[in-house]
Design a protein around this ligand. Structure first.
Ligand code: PLP
Length: 365
């Protein structure tokens, strides 16, 4: 089937060229072939993550790296910023790893207030903050540079080290990110979102001070130990057998990203977001559709549409499916009242236009 009909907000559609890269003979993961692949991937991954730091490659879903960030990055008590399903998962994961999870929750569909982050950190004894950059369940983009500045200000005011752990699962690869400049200690993503690879790999950065803290933390586990990832990264290796074929696909995709350029990729996602939001405001409004996320806080990779009373989410998703298009249902409690369009990865404006035209036919029913 032709590319451009699968708009789930993850896993996102994978181009045939990437799928073809999977069909290669297996290689030994300790051999020169794998080392060469990882060595070649290294600068390209760092460009995509906007960092000078290493980017570790994990064979797990993104949640694995979320857990790694907590095991290595939270000493005792984290302030967890919650505004949707994935940020709630980050909070739960902190608790499941035996740490205390303080919560700064705002309503689903809202972004966090950096001034409030600073206030809570000054008043508390947190040693880390968890935040989801682009909340895929709602389509809200949190103001990460400002949140980073708030965390740094609280550190200066209290003299306490506070690490900033960021789930960038639907931001990395879909916009320009700058973890060092923003004061981010760990930035992570999974292969199947804005990187437009099949599911199965996850990626994370770690600041020097995070690695130093991690080395002092007991019980940080074995498989998801960032200290071990770092040790092997130096040799262009992974601690355990990676999903070798996904690394083949990664190599192909990173070469293509380099050709498009990271800023070109970000510009394409920006244009996709603008097109989708303009359509909702100028045309979708006729059928009573509206944008769920507030202006200025809309994700470049996923748009959540609030539905008029006469439509239920699953009905719309099914009607689009009948016409050959896949979009995301509303997440969890938003299932009936919203749908989500994942315009990330390798999607094009022309592809999005075709989806929106089909959407209009469905709404006109
Ligand atoms: C999809 C997603 C995750 C979970 O990723 P898995 O790869 O399924 O573990 C976490 N956070 C965000 C923001 C996501 O969109």
């Amino acid at each position: 089937m032709a590319f451009g009909r699968f708009f789930l907000p993850g896993p996102t559609e994978v181009r045939p060229e990437i799928l073809a890269a999977l069909a290669q003979p297996v290689i030994g993961h300790r051999g020169a072939g794998m080392t060469a692949l990882l060595r070649e991937a290294d600068p390209r991954l760092r460009a995509l993550f906007g960092t000078e730091r290493p980017v570790y490659v994990s064979t797990s879903s993104a949640t694995g790296m979320m857990e790694a960030s907590v095991r290595g990055g939270v000493r005792r008590h984290a302030l967890c910023l919650v505004n949707g399903a994935f940020s709630a998962r980050y909070r739960d994961l902190v608790r499941d790893c035996g740490r205390q999870a303080g919560e700064y929750a705002v309503a689903w569909g809202e972004a966090h207030d950096p001034a409030e982050v600073e206030r809570r950190l000054r008043a508390g004894d947190h040693d880390a903050v968890t935040v989801v950059h682009s909340e895929t369940s709602t389509g809200v983009l949190n103001p990460l540079p400002q949140i980073g500045a708030a965390v740094r200000a609280a550190e200066r005011a209290t003299g306490r080290e506070i690490l900033l752990l960021v789930d960038g699962v639907t931001s990395v690869g879909g916009m320009v990110v700058a973890p060092e400049e923003w004061g981010v200690d760990c930035l992570l993503t999974g292969s199947q979102k804005a990187m437009a690879l099949p599911p199965g790999l996850a990626f994370a950065t770690a600041s020097e001070r995070l690695l130093q803290r991690a080395a002092t933390l007991p019980g940080r586990g074995h498989y998801l130990d960032l200290v071990e990832f770092d040790r092997h990264w130096r040799e262009h290796q992974t601690p355990h057998t990676p999903a070798v074929h996904l690394v083949f696909a990664l190599a192909r995709q990173l070469a293509d990203v380099e050709a498009e350029t990271v800023s070109g990729r970000a510009a394409r996602h920006h244009a996709l977001r603008e097109r989708c939001c303009a359509w909702a405001e100028e045309r979708g409004a006729r059928w009573g559709l509206s944008l769920f996320a507030p202006g200025g806080f809309r994700s470049p990779t996923v748009t959540t549409l609030a539905l008029p009373a006469q439509w239920r989410g699953p009905e719309l998703v099914a009607a689009l499916k009948q016409r050959g298009y896949t979009v995301g249902a509303g997440y969890g409690r938003l299932k009936d009242t919203t749908i989500r369009i994942g315009h990330m990865g390798d999607h094009t404006l022309a592809g999005l236009d075709a989806l929106l035209a089909t959407f209009e036919e469905v709404l006109d029913r």
